[in-house]
Design a binder for this molecule. Structure first.
Ligand code: PLP
Length: 281
């Protein structure tokens, strides 16, 4: 496997992560996961723009332009002959003796490498079970930071309860999944939490909102409660690696008819068509 390490493409065993890397010690950095279909980085620019916004939000200056980053990632995909998968990219504030405040004259450290990813067809076809978990994260969930401990704990709670994903909620308000955004369908309207500081504005979330508009489905970005989710006609998760996955049950209670619904199916079809258009370019 070839890894992009700052400006170099190297075999994995030649990449050395420093003991005093601030990503390792403080989670002081930001990241992205970008899907690759047919050898093409899907929705690359929105991902890189979000990386830049996340970096700015933690006052980390990226020393690379977005076109430079795009070019290097394309080289990474080519060097690994990656056709269908994903790329993980993280930028750490850098390496310095351990102290909380920003060290002077520090260079960011970029690492990017391929992740295996294939469409989770069974989950997409049949839908999945989910479970509610209290959202205990900080108030800047819009930053895609390396600090993922609350997300890790929420996902582990879901796995222990036999569920595929945790649905996070602050009090009665549903925010998002532990690694995904959550949508519900109420009548003819598609609803998801607004993109503010309480959620990560998923690239797939935005893409699905656009697909819905093209399909003539009304959308509203407004918070909803746990009860509204449980009484919704349909619900689904979105994320880069999961795409659109129907939620058919939450804590033992069926959503709608307890099977994937027609609006979810339509959006999945529209998503597959968009991916096909990319891979046939
Ligand atoms: N919300 C959280 C907390 C996430 O970690 C993720 C992705 O990992 C998402 C939402 C979905 O974002 P995207 O569609 O950009 O993958």
């Amino acid at each position: 496997m070839h890894v992009l390490w700052n400006d170099q493409l190297l075999p994995r065993h030649e990449v050395h992560i420093d003991l005093e890397d601030r990503a390792y010690q403080f989670g002081d950095g930001v990241y992205e996961v970008i899907r690759v279909y047919g050898g093409q980085l899907f929705l690359l620019n929105p991902h890189l723009e979000r990386l830049q916004r996340s970096a700015q939000a933690i006052r980390l200056d990226l020393p690379w332009s977005l076109p430079q980053l795009a070019h290097r990632l394309q080289e990474l995909v080519a060097a690994n002959r990656l056709v269908d998968g994903a790329v993980y990219l993280q930028v750490s504030r850098g390496v310095a003796p351990r102290a909380h405040a920003f060290p002077r004259a520090i260079q960011p450290v970029l690492v990017a490498y391929p992740l295996p990813a294939s469409r989770p067809t069974e989950a997409q076809e049949r839908g999945v079970r989910a479970t509610f978990v209290e959202d205990i994260r900080w108030l800047r969930c819009d930053i895609k930071s390396l600090n993922l401990l609350p997300n890790v704990l929420a996902k582990e709670a879901a796995v222990e309860r036999g569920a595929q994903e945790a649905i996070l909620h602050r009090g009665e308000t549903v925010t998002e999944g532990s690694a995904s955004n959550v949508f519900i369908v109420q009548g003819r309207v598609l609803r998801t939490h607004p993109a503010n500081h309480l959620i990560l504005d998923g690239i797939t979330r935005r893409f699905v909102l656009e697909l819905a508009a093209k399909e003539g489905i009304s959308t509203v970005e407004a918070p909803f409660t746990r009860e509204e989710l449980l009484s919704a006609d349909e619900a689904f998760f979105t994320s880069t690696t999961q795409e659109i996955v129907p939620i058919v049950e939450v804590d033992g209670r069926p959503i709608g008819a307890g099977v994937p619904g027609p609006v979810t199916r339509r959006l999945q079809q529209a998503f597959y068509a968009a991916v096909q258009a990319v891979t046939q370019q």
